[in-house]
Design a protein around this ligand. Sequence first.
Ligand SMILES: [Fe+2]
Length: 251
Amino acid sequence: MRILVLSDIHSNLDALEGCLEAAGPHEVVVNLGDIVGYGACPNEVIERSRSLGEYFVRGNHDKAAGGLMDLRDFNPMAGLAALWTREQLTPENLEWLRALPQGPIQIPGASDVQFVHGSPIDEDEYVVTIHDALEPLAVHSVPITFFGHTHLQGAFSFNTTVGDTYRPPYRTVAKSETAEFPLRKGVHYLINPGSVGQPRDGDWRAAFATFDTESRIVTFRRTPYNLKNSQDRILAANLPQRLATRLAAGR
Ligand SMILES: [Fe+2]
């Protein structure tokens, strides 16, 4: 089974379409949350995401836009975008967003894999460094965890005593690229597909990943998308200009 893992789309329809064009064959789609927030196409992204499959976990921006979280925990720009998103959502999409499950979730046919937004211990925790990753890697019985939230593509691994960090070694800045990361038996992994709609690792290309449960290979992917269109939509919606400019910098 080939699983397409999408995370942190953040209402960026152009980036989502770019990923789907570049994704190649897959049987299942899992969405790690932050479907909305920051970008200008919340309804379109929700509807497109729902058309892809049924496996979702909620992100903090989904909770914020759905009114399930105190916006005082957000920076002003994120809070403003959450309020704007809530006003835009159709009643059906708002209800759907509010009903999204908290991770971890698992899917049929992949008993050694789980999916979360932040970490398996806390859905809102940021796993940025190997230090952050060690506790969830060590305590959890499910060996492979896909997570999002940080918008940083890569993987952490833990093999009884040794922790390691992997970042995909891309060679270009504007082409579609892949990086294969084979998983080893007996090793625990925390794997971040990166952010579809608002990457923060200095690479503007939309980020996502696929996992083949038979070959045990994670393929990290980056793909260019119609960035200008996405920026124009943000500006036309009167969202903060910085939300458009940061997309070009991947920050
Ligand atoms: Fe996010």
